[in-house]
Design a binder for this molecule. Structure first.
Ligand code: DHB
Length: 368
């Protein structure tokens, strides 16, 4: 690892392709964190190296290998999709390099390497809250529609189990391909099944397409509500979805509209530095991931290798723009509050307005 006085963060993100907004959000948040906190920590000059994996796991893996072997990075960070985070897990383990997962959200990721620490969220965390809320609010039958890979499978399973435990009925479970999905034939099936609601998980960046087709097919007018985890009403795209999105209820760990003083400052600073772009939940994962790295560097006084840094990441407790969080020392996963939110219009803009909170939610996927 870096012999000299630099501390290198190797950040691998999808900067192009279907998940480019995830990369754009996380890089902007990481740069904001550094602008606010300086680039000298415990006597080390922090260097952020950002590389584009285009969303392909083979590319992520090759870049990670180069960063560890050639650049001698002290930590690996980023990882915009589950397969990208998993592709690097063996490299993290073998080289004893902490891998900070700032976006990907399949529950099992943290079990793929003891060097993985997560600053994003898990789909079970978000989906269980909706499985409790929906049946108490007049939704008795549901069709689920999820992207067909890790986080979609988690969302489907954990929402459905909790919803049915509460007396609801899942009529049908539909899965769409992750790459270039065409939602039209799936939505036609949903229309025919006529559930009280459609529960959706699609990754960040795909929500606007779902919303557009949902409205174009008149699903709302046919009396079918749209619910889901907050990925579908992504703050990065929400304003472009139009008034058809009003009233959509989702469960998630972060809203740009979260009313804390810390979040208001985060949003204002982020927008000032990024031509008014709204920070979404990906930005918060990147920002908090940088916090975890900076504090570990401070605790180890700039002298720690991978194992010492990892130990200093476990158990961190802090206030995030999303609310209070803890890095669980056993699982290296993030414990956080989960909010129920409804899309509302304020000052001419659409927001995910939080109306209820479940405090201190540990990943429900870990106890299974
Ligand atoms: C994942 C990606 C996303 O964009 C998201 O919103 C949730 C999960 C993932 O691949 O893990």
């Amino acid at each position: 690892h870096a012999q000299d006085n630099t501390f290198k963060i190797g950040m691998i993100l999808p900067m192009t392709g279907q998940s480019a907004s995830t990369g754009r959000q996380i890089e902007a948040a990481a740069r904001l964190y550094m602008a606010q906190h300086g680039d000298t920590v415990a006597g080390k000059k922090v260097q952020l190296i950002v590389k584009d994996d285009t969303g392909l796991p083979d590319v992520t893996k090759r870049i990670a290998q180069e960063m560890v072997v050639n650049d001698k990075v002290n930590v690996l960070a980023g990882f915009g999709l589950t397969p990208l985070a998993l592709a690097v897990a063996p490299i993290a383990t073998q080289s004893k390099t902490p891998e900070i997962v700032m976006a990907a959200a399949t529950s099992s990721i943290t079990q793929a390497s003891p060097y993985i620490v997560r600053s994003s969220f898990t789909l079970p965390q978000a989906a269980v809250a909706m499985g409790d809320w929906a049946p108490k609010n007049g939704i008795k039958s549901v069709v689920t529609l999820v992207a067909d890979y890790g986080p979609g499978n988690d969302a489907e399973k954990f929402f459905s189990e909790r919803f049915e435990l509460n007396g609801g009925k899942v009529i049908e479970k539909l899965r769409v391909p992750l790459r270039n999905p065409d939602f039209a034939p799936f939505l036609q099936k949903v229309r025919d099944a006529k559930p009280d609601a459609l529960f959706v998980f699609v990754p960040s960046g795909a929500g606007a397409a779902v919303m557009k087709q949902f409205l174009e097919r008149g699903m709302d007018k046919a009396g079918i509500k749209l619910i889901g985890t907050g990925d579908v009403t992504d703050d990065d795209q929400l304003n472009d979805m139009g008034d058809g999105a009003l009233g959509v209820v989702t469960s998630h760990h972060y809203s740009t509209a979260h009313p804390s003083a810390l979040n208001k400052k985060f949003v204002a600073d982020f927008q000032a530095a990024n031509k008014n772009m709204r920070p979404n939940f990906m930005a918060v994962g990147g920002y908090d991931g940088m916090r975890i790295i900076y504090e570990a560097l401070k605790t180890t006084k700039g002298q720690g290798g991978g194992d010492a840094l990892l130990a200093a990441m476990k158990g961190q407790v802090f206030e995030s723009p999303r609310g209070p969080v803890l890095i669980d020392a056993q699982t290296r996963d993030i414990t956080q509050d989960i909010y129920l939110r409804k899309v509302e219009k304020k000052d001419g803009q659409l927001w995910n307005v939080e109306f209820d909170v479940i405090k201190s939610v540990k990943d429900p996927g870990k106890s299974k």
